[in-house]
Design a protein around this ligand. Structure first.
Ligand code: AMP
Length: 117
């Protein structure tokens, strides 16, 4: 079984987090170090370390990340101004937490897609 991270403890509410959505498949909470006025992490409740580990049986969990992202974008009033969804994988993408997560970022002009410094 995949190794748990702090995100599993957040899902089980064993450590504090500002949870904004939770159902049987996914949990969403504010990023602790926000990079934009709205910065929410949307994660499957099941531990999937990286996108490399995704299996077809998880299609419904992972599809739900997009459904929840759209719902939260509306709730946080960024659906029309726009937002960015990011999923980092491994070293070159600087993935820090090995529990697959989608970043929902918005509330300002986010600039070019990549900063290549
Ligand atoms: P990534 O680089 O894609 O793995 O992003 C991990 C994200 O998790 C970072 O944006 C962190 O700020 C965020 N993060 C780490 N620990 C916590 C936590 N306890 N609560 C909320 N966000 C967290």
């Amino acid at each position: 079984m995949a190794q748990e991270t702090i995100f599993s403890k957040i899902i089980r509410r064993e450590v504090p987090a500002k949870i904004v959505y939770q159902d049987d498949l996914v949990t969403a909470f504010h990023d602790i170090n926000p990079q934009a006025p709205v910065h929410i992490l949307i994660i499957p409740n099941e531990v999937i370390p990286t996108t490399n580990d995704v299996e077809s049986s998880q299609a419904s969990n992972l599809g739900t990340l997009f459904i929840v992202a759209a719902k939260l974008a509306k709730q946080f009033s960024i659906s029309e101004s726009g937002y960015r969804l990011i999923v980092n994988c491994n070293k070159d993408a600087r993935q820090e937490v090995f529990h697959l997560h989608m970043h929902l970022l918005g509330g300002k002009d986010l600039g070019p897609m990549l900063s290549l410094d």
